[in-house]
Design a protein around this ligand. Structure first.
Ligand code: NAP
Length: 345
């Protein structure tokens, strides 16, 4: 029998790849969207359905509206809950980040409980729910972060996106413990790169690459370390977590950790000087003066710039069997897609 899965956030950068993979595998995929009239947001999913053996059903739901996922959850075997705003360009962190993340998680998980059919939920969390600032690692006496850690340093005022992710993931674990209808498995991706299937996502992954390629950092880049992972591997990890009976707990996804300058150098290796990529790190003292240009305040700079960062992603390989795409291929495929979409030449 064909299985039915609801994917919240299916219109997004990561969500598009998850929906594609599920449709190709023959699943019935229910995708709730905020406004069914805005067909341009999900037209690419309909095109993917046509080329697949699966079927797509579009519903209307909003993370902020209680009960709005109930209809879509009815009859589903499982839910992949990805929807959550991934933006750093906000004015009101409570309204724009925490409410949709936290209320949305409660809403979707309650819909699962009420459905009577959902037996598994795969939640898209983040390494932002594992740690807040890079300095947390040395402050906690660690040489790397693993699935054992939860972010304890973010707040509404400091790293509010990360705060929204840790609140949502903790709430999901609390709700999972209070019931026995469905099992929760969590995926904690690092910074996601790679081609996008949609032109309408506002994901910071896409914004970052646009800025990097269009020369925003040409005179220097902040010395920040990130874990990086391919968007297609993140989608695969969700499907592996969905389909494996043994999958349990959290899963950090990182292909490698490197600085933004290392990432720029990796792109330069392939494209030479075609793009205005940074060739140096901006000195930290300059960032204290010019940090506003990057949207950084002094606390962020102090706790992140120039600090080492490391993750242990072994569980994703051992337990899920995930094989990582090298970041060189990820970046190349992303740049090709950006050229195809006319974002860069
Ligand atoms: P994205 O393209 O902006 O996707 C966000 C999705 O959430 C979109 O489908 C969006 O719908 C939906 N959404 C936002 N607010 C909503 C609301 N109030 N009601 C219903 N749906 C709403 O971002 P992404 O990068 O793919 O991120 C997807 C998930 O992965 C998020 O949970 C994010 O925290 C997590 N994540 C991302 C990264 C990364 O580097 N990109 C890393 C780790 C974790 P619309 O189409 O209507 O806007």
């Amino acid at each position: 029998m064909k299985k039915t899965v609801m994917v919240t956030g299916g219109t997004g950068y990561l969500g598009g790849w998850v929906v594609k993979d599920l449709l190709e595998k023959g699943y019935t995929v229910k995708v709730p969207v905020r406004d069914k009239n805005k067909e341009s947001k999900y037209a690419f999913l309909k095109d993917l359905e046509k080329e697949s053996k699966g079927s797509l059903v579009i519903f209307e739901a909003n993370l902020l509206d209680e009960g709005s996922f109930d209809e879509a959850a009815k009859g589903c075997d499982a839910i992949i809950h990805m929807a959550s705003p991934f933006t750093l360009r906000i004015k009101d962190p409570q309204k724009e980040l925490v409410d949709p993340a936290l209320k949305g998680t409660r809403n979707v998980l309650n819909a699962a409980s009420r459905s009577g059919t959902v037996s598994k939920i795969v939640l898209t969390s983040s390494v932002a729910a594992v740690h807040g600032d890079s300095i947390d690692m040395t402050e906690q006496g660690l040489s790397e972060f693993s699935e054992k850690q939860f972010n304890e340093t973010s707040s509404l005022k400091h790293q509010p996106y990360s705060y929204s992710k840790v609140l949502a993931e903790k709430e999901a674990w609390k709700m999972a413990e209070g019931q026995d209808k469905w099992k929760l498995v969590v995926i904690n991706p690092s910074f996601v790169m790679g081609p996008s299937l949609t032109e309408s996502s506002n994901s910071e992954s896409l914004n970052f690459m646009k800025e990097m390629m269009s020369g925003k950092y040409k005179s220097g880049v902040p010395e920040l370390q990130f874990g990086f992972v391919d968007v297609r591997d993140v989608a695969k990890a969700h499907i592996l977590a969905l389909e494996s009976d043994k999958a349990e707990g959290r899963h950090i996804l990182v292909e490698r950790t490197m600085s933004l300058l290392d990432f720029a150098n990796l792109v330069r290796e392939k494209y030479g000087d075609k793009y205005k990529l940074p060739k140096s790190n901006t000195p930290k003292f300059m960032l204290y003066l010019l940090g506003w240009m990057f949207g950084f305040n002094a606390r962020f700079i102090k706790r992140n710039v120039g600090h080492p960062l490391s993750f242990n992603a072994e569980k994703s390989k051992k337990n899920l069997g995930l094989k990582y795409t090298p970041m060189e291929k990820t970046a190349e495929d992303m740049i090709t897609q950006m050229q195809d979409f006319g974002i860069i030449s």
